[in-house]
Design a binder for this molecule. Structure first.
Ligand code: ZN
Ligand code: ZN
Length: 278
């Protein structure tokens, strides 16, 4: 029997979101019903509401969540009822041209639940195939990853979007290594995760750039060795001054603005790498 649960829905472009009662089906083959415990608010949810992703309203927002598996459908073996899981939006197919080349992170056919959640009989479009601003959501089993139940749910949920995006940008795409210098533009959730990833990878100089001193202070807690408030000084010049005039080995842009794309480009060493995440 479908589950009636409360959820946050964006009905139309630019309109305020509303709390609605939606219908969530019982899990079918390969699907998992998750009772959501916590869900982060990501900028991408705002992009959905603004119609900047696509026009498939109404959207069921939320995609950075943790929860408890409530029911599993036929054939699901990776999780079981009662498991504490985080949700992710990259359940790879293993068969597309990118997966077959050993690059599953670029998968072109990631899996989502097959059945639709609905509002008044209208199919909802779950944000990034998850839709976790809801008491319960339906996902593909590959989107549910078991984690240590000792992890606080409000922290674990962040791994599903901001943490993997930022950490991956530094450790995988940027290939930050021991002794590298790194600059991270934008110290929100993704930027801070990129700083943490650079720190884990052994970077010796990690320069955080933002226009908010409060965020720059927090960036230090994640491993930033230097901070630059780009509303007070030119970040490109400041980064060059901190790197012997050369620029950083890896410049990571975690905002999504043309001006910071340009700054990241000019702040890198000529033999360096620019990673655009924002
Ligand atoms: Zn997100
Ligand atoms: Zn694939």
């Amino acid at each position: 029997m479908p589950h009636s649960v409360r959820a946050v829905v964006a009905r139309a472009k630019g309109e305020p979101v509303t709390v609605e009662t939606i219908q969530v089906p019982d899990p079918g083959p390969g699907e998992v019903l998750v009772a959501v415990q916590e869900c982060g608010v990501c900028h991408t949810d705002l992009h959905y509401r603004e119609g900047a992703i696509n026009d498939e309203f109404p959207f069921l927002l939320g995609h950075e969540a943790s929860g408890i598996v409530e029911e599993v459908g036929e054939g699901v073996t990776n999780v079981a009822p009662g498991d504490f899981v985080i949700l992710n939006w990259r359940a790879v197919c293993g068969e597309c041209r990118s997966c077959l080349r050993g690059r599953p992170w670029y998968c072109f056919a990631t899996h989502n639940a097959t059945q639709k959640m609905t509002l008044d009989g209208v199919e909802l479009s779950p944000a990034l195939g998850i839709g976790a601003f809801a008491e319960k959501t339906l996902v593909h089993s590959g989107q549910a990853t078991k984690v240590d139940p000792a992890a606080p749910p409000e922290v674990a949920g962040l791994i599903g979007c901001g943490v993997m995006a930022g950490l991956g940008a530094a450790m995988n795409t940027g290939n930050v290594g021991r002794g590298d210098s790194v600059a991270v533009f934008g110290c929100g959730g993704v930027g801070d995760a990129a700083i943490a990833g650079s720190h884990l990878a052994g970077a010796h100089t990690i320069i955080a750039v933002d226009i908010d001193d409060r965020k720059l202070e927090i960036a230090r807690e994640f491993g930033a060795t230097h901070t630059i408030n780009s509303s007070a000084e030119d970040p490109v010049e400041a980064i060059r001054a901190l790197t012997g005039g050369n620029g950083v080995d890896v410049a990571i842009e975690a905002i999504g603005l043309p001006v910071t794309y340009e700054q990241a480009f000019y702040a890198r060493d000529l033999a360096g790498t620019v990673v655009l995440v924002g």
